[in-house]
Design a protein around this ligand. Structure first.
Ligand SMILES: NC(=O)C1=CN([C@@H]2O[C@H](COP(=O)(O)OP(=O)(O)OC[C@H]3O[C@@H](n4cnc5c(N)ncnc54)[C@H](O)[C@@H]3O)[C@@H](O)[C@H]2O)[C@@H](O)CC1
Ligand SMILES: [K+]
Length: 481
């Protein structure tokens, strides 16, 4: 499991560790890891041109000490000091002692900075780290712009300056990094869009922090998914493996039913039962499906329901499904049609799977505000509905209603932004629910396999949703390794 911790938790862990270590030891660990990453990026350190963007806090201190290490190995290092009178004193002395240069504010500062950054091989962003609040201030924002426009590789120290560490929000100008070297633990913002996109690839440097068991955010890895995937035993029959019911599709959108079933067939349930007006389309594509033209309440036993994809305005199917005392996944049109009080009153688990636009409609806010504040949005929806919520997107998030750790899916790919891809996910996650996974596991394991399948199916070229469904088995095998 990859985990991320809030700034408050990091600060507490740092204090405890610093009390046991000689002064400055922690910063030296950070600087050593940072310098090593910079050296890797540069390839050849000797003779390279390095520019440090240095703010007023310890983040700038890290950059200065790392710069000193690079200077000792023969790099030409210049530090641009954004707050000269508050620059980390020890770091500054180390850099100067190693032969590095400094440029301080005043007339001509930005012009000089532009020239230096324009010629640099590497720009190290030590403007602000976990102590930052709000977007970058004007001079810092200008330097970030120069770095973005240069051919230099940009390495961010701990976080790309200007992004919100705890939420992944980006409230103003921020540094766009190629690589972020983060210390002690990932911060939530490094895993959640939009901030994640500013971080580039992320390298974690262990500085020995002792972190609590419960993280703020966690991302499943292959082994975590493998441990949760259902496996048929010798005694299994189709009913013991779970039957997933799909109440989806309409005369207008029969394809949504077919795609949801295609996902469900690859999710581990022993059988897929379909109810709705698209039975002919479903059967002709997937003859193994059990179909019924009675409503969900009379369709026969299932261990979990999926309702909503392509449902149009059929509120009755949604209401019937929500009455069932088995886990229910509500997606797409079903989200609009589901009564909030009914969802809240359910005793069996409910998993809602909106994309940002659907989440915005449920919360009564704009799509942009959901996309800009994904973590707060998923938590708010989970609390309002008393349900587990999977908020789809480039960084899909899964939150349980009682608060607690939020999951983020690490396998997403932009190729999944294709029509019908969400229908496949709802069938897949519903199938996992029917196999006995909790709502949070079904959502996060489903999203993981779906993302991986999207990558395999795309392999650098556009995909259709049915390609993704077909590649779920490759993803499953890959995970089981
Ligand atoms: N505390 C520790 O033990 C360690 C801290 N480390 C580094 O220290 C950093 C945290 O240091 P600090 O607490 O000094 O905080 P930062 O260096 O992150 O930033 C605080 C300073 O930045 C200014 N600032 C805040 N928001 C700004 C904005 N939007 N634009 C421009 N300036 C802004 C503040 O006035 C303040 O002086 C970490 O991110 C990490 O890089 C590492 O050395 C590892 C050890
Ligand atoms: K930074």
């Amino acid at each position: 499991m990859r985990t991320a911790y809030s700034v408050e938790t990091v600060r507490t862990a740092e204090r405890e560790l610093m009390a046991r270590l000689p002064e400055g030891a922690l910063m030296q660990r950070a600087a050593a890891g940072l310098a090593a990453a910079c050296a890797d990026v540069l390839g050849r350190v000797y003779g390279s041109r390095v520019v440090l963007l240095v703010g007023s806090g310890d983040n700038g201190g890290d950059a200065l000490y790392a710069g000193a290490r690079l200077a000792r190995r023969g790099a030409g290092v210049t530090a641009l000091l954004l707050a000269p009178e508050r620059t980390h004193a020890g770091g500054l002395a180390a850099l100067r002692g190693a032969g590095g240069n400094t440029v301080t504010g005043g007339d001509g500062f930005l012009g000089t900075a532009q020239e230096l950054i324009g010629r640099a091989d590497l720009v190290v962003d030590g403007i602000v780290g976990i102590g930052g609040k709000g977007g970058l201030r004007p001079d810092a924002a200008t330097l970030a712009g120069f770095a973005a426009g240069s051919r230099a590789v940009v390495v961010a120290v701990d976080l790309p300056s200007g992004v919100e560490a705890d939420t992944g929000e980006v409230l103003g100008p921020a540094v766009h990094a190629d690589l972020t070297v983060t210390f002690g633990t990932h911060k939530p913002g490094l895993l959640i869009d939009p901030a994640r996109e500013y971080a580039g690839s992320v390298r974690l440097v262990d500085i020995g922090l002792d972190l609590p068991e419960r993280a703020e955010l966690e991302a499943l890895q292959h082994a975590d998914v493998a441990a949760r995937l259902p496996a048929p035993g010798a005694e299994s029959d189709k009913y013991r493996r779970g039957v997933v019911g799909i109440a989806a599709g309409s005369a207008r959108y029969p394809g949504a039913a077919v795609l949801a079933v295609s996902g469900a067939l690859r999710g581990g349930a022993g059988a897929v039962r379909y109810v709705g007006p698209a039975a002919d389309a479903v059967i002709s594509r997937f003859p193994e499906t059990l179909v019924s033209d009675l409503g969900p309440a009379r369709a026969g036993r299932v261990q979990a329901w999926v309702v909503g994809p392509g449902a149009g305005d059929d509120a009755s199917a949604v209401a019937e499904v929500l009455e069932a005392e088995v886990p229910v996944l509500v997606d797409a049109d079903g989200l609009r049609l589901a009564d909030r009080a009914t969802v809240r009153g359910r005793t069996a688990p409910t998993l809602l799977t909106p994309h940002a636009g659907e989440a915005a409609a449920l919360l009564g806010v704009s799509r942009e505000s959901v996309e800009g504040a994904r973590l707060a949005s998923v938590r708010e929806l989970a609390a309002r509905y008393g349900a587990t919520v999977l908020l789809k997107g480039s960084t899909t998030l899964i939150a349980d209603p009682g608060g607690g750790v939020v999951r983020v899916n690490p396998t997403g790919t932009a190729w999944l932004a294709t029509a019908g891809s969400g229908d496949v996910l709802s069938g897949l996650a519903g199938s996992l629910l029917a196999s006995g996974l909790s709502a949070s596991d079904a959502g996060s394991v489903g999203a993981y396999l779906h993302g991986l399948a999207g990558r395999f199916a795309a392999d650098g070229a556009p995909v259709g949703a049915h390609d993704v469904a077909e590649a779920v088995r490759d993803a499953w095998r890959d995970v089981m390794g």
